[in-house]
Design a protein around this ligand. Sequence first.
Ligand code: DLL
Length: 433
Amino acid sequence: MKYWSEEIETMSRSEIEALQLKRLKTTLARAAHSPFYRELFRKNSINPEDIRSTEDLTYLPFTRKNDLRLSYPRGFLAVKEDEVVRMHASSGTTGQSTVIYHTAHDLNEWTDLVTRSLVVAGAGEKDVFQNMMSYGLFTGGLGLHYGAERLGMMVIPIGGGNTHRQIEFFRDFKTSVIHITPSYALHVSDVIKDMGLGPVDFNLRLMIFGAEPYSEATRDKLEASFRVRAFNCYGLTEMNGPGVAFECRQSEGMHVWEDNYLVEIIDPATGQPAGPGEIGEVVFTTLNREAMPLIRYRTRDLAQLFPETECPCGRNFRRLSRILGRTDDMLIVRGVNVFPSQIEHVLMKLPEVGTNYQIILNRVDNLDRMTIRVEIYGKMFHGEARELRLLRKKIQHELKEQILLSTEIELMEPGALPPSQGKAKRVFDNREI
Ligand code: DLL
């Protein structure tokens, strides 16, 4: 199967844009039913009917995560409470969590986007799908679950963790497609080796990665380890969850499902549109949501939109690069801007480096100090002290080339660092600022 919704997925640019405008108008009218947008429109004298083109959208203010927090629990709800059939909430590690509501229509459309995405990657009804992301308020569980069921795959709703059992299930149920965070996949690949197993023992043929930033070097490492192709799946709770953008088999960026989302890239400092192909913050407007429309929502994710719209896969939906970092995860170390993903890219390219690492920041005598704790492969670790010294120097050198900073490197035994079973926590910033 090449397409799930062929008519939609092969729309021309002019058809996509016409549909976007129609849906944008409906969305703005719906949004005006929520207390938040009613007040926002009133304060800024905005009349949704004045929006005549998708470009006019740039006259409207942004919506930020903090607006969702301040409007907790129901300030964005645009339908009657009894029309809501489910809610999800984002993790909310800091402050109030943010809640997203769905009507039956919203869930149906979201499921369709996920099913489409799975078909793009080449999954089909004969596949066995093991969903290794946690269920519950997090959208990686139920989001992929319903999409995979709609496609007709056999779904194993195992969730995250319990790694030995996951691997036994690979074998016993002939799992062919897995959905997993890349950091957990790194851990699973280690456990597979520890169990004396390898790719030939399984039936895996596709991996779907998402929910956290990772580097191309990590994907290469995992594809080599599992001997399976991996596809990138992007989304965020505020935009339903997974299924906002998905990589096709060309693997050159992720198609944004533009019939459901209007995407903009802005300069995060000024809020102005970024130039064609420039890196900036990704901003989305929902186009097909009833319970909780969101207008110009600032994701804080940094990426670029490729200017070309045609793709050999037959879809004309614009493509987003991988997420390069977040506006809020950029580290400033001795005045130098560094994204954790740059460090990961260097580490994962080195064959001696294992599957886990941490970035630790301290301030000593008023100076920032960055320490990288990195697991290395077992036989290296038990090698000679001289070899280890050389390896430490090599990592330091490669990092300096990439991030222009001197780092301290602590080489760790495999398994010494806490493994990830979902979204990894890698940065520990102990500086008091
Ligand atoms: O992580 C939704 C999701 C689940 C996406 C499963 C894909 C697969 P949140 O918990 O709200 O939702 O976190 C959203 O995670 O703003 C990005 O910073 C990051 N993220 C999600 N997918 C990717 C990806 C889900 N493919 C936040 N690459 C987003 C890089 C990603 N970062």
